[in-house]
Design a protein around this ligand. Sequence first.
Ligand code: ZN
Length: 365
Amino acid sequence: MKQITNILLALILIPSFTVAQLENNEILENLKSISSKNDFIQQSLSSTSIDSTIYSLITAQVNIGTLNEKIEIPFNHQKLEYLGFMHPNETNLFKANPISAQNNNTPELDKKLYIFKYEDFYVSLESKNNANILNLYYTLRAINIIKIRYPELYKNLFINSMEFKTKKPKYGNWVNSNKAFWIAFNTNPKYIASNNTIFLKDGFFSNSQVEKYRNIALVNIDSENILGKSETIGSRPLYNKKKNSDNHLSYLRDGLIESIAHEMIHNYIDLAYTYNKSINEIKQNRGKLNFVLAEEIAVLNTSLPYFIKKGGLNKQVISYYYKNIFDYNIGILKKANLLNSYGAIFTKEFADNNWKTIFKLNILD
Ligand SMILES: [Zn+2]
């Protein structure tokens, strides 16, 4: 009888721990199984030495001009944490401004999600299906490629954004910084990706009335549109591969890196508008007729020239974006007679109508 009680106790006590553990291991094993042929045995190594091996692997491939889509790297297994299937509020990140239907600040995250953490990045998935496990793996890969191949971009949009640029804003009475980054796979975006900043007041600077905000910069990636099924939207028009799964994979290996950079530039406008004059003007004009088209081409025409200069991004994708978004939006703005007035928000004085030098932000140089 006693033995039976013990077994019962064991059954009651162990499962909650074991199931979480098993789920974690299962996800990690799935991730490892799709990890690159350059993966190495990480178990006995320190996290720092794993990172430096990843650094060397990327640098060696970049040095011979390898395109991003061909780069083979693993992620640092020790840095990946599975937080569980939970509502984002349970991470305690959003305490100052919890996500809720009433609040309506972040409807796309207002549900239970599979949440992972890697350095200062949170990644969320709506399901654990195979496509999403691939999405997670390639997000970790994208983070490492951005960090090592595109250090100026990483420094300006990620590292520097975590600090307060000033304690004395020129506009308003508050200053923003990011406390973390969140990459979410969901169906929020219209096309491939969208951005959102969750503003989280964190009190005041000492001896001042200026408010500090420690925000979450969110990048949404459309988990449906990137699957390569649609002829007109998502990854298929970008890569034109026969098989859906090949379009998905090409996007994850290449386009995802650009999407994260692009959306982080939109988020930069939410970050810097209280101290930077031209960014403030952009923020103030949001909502005006077709201004969204002007911001879009300026953001696109900021990230793409940087990628062209540094190399690595698929050229077909670059020309697709210029033709289908830049030129297209210019056409609409031209018809609406808005090119000159909106152009002046991005470049104060211009003599010619070279829109590629006018609609641009100088934040990655
Ligand atoms: Zn955009």
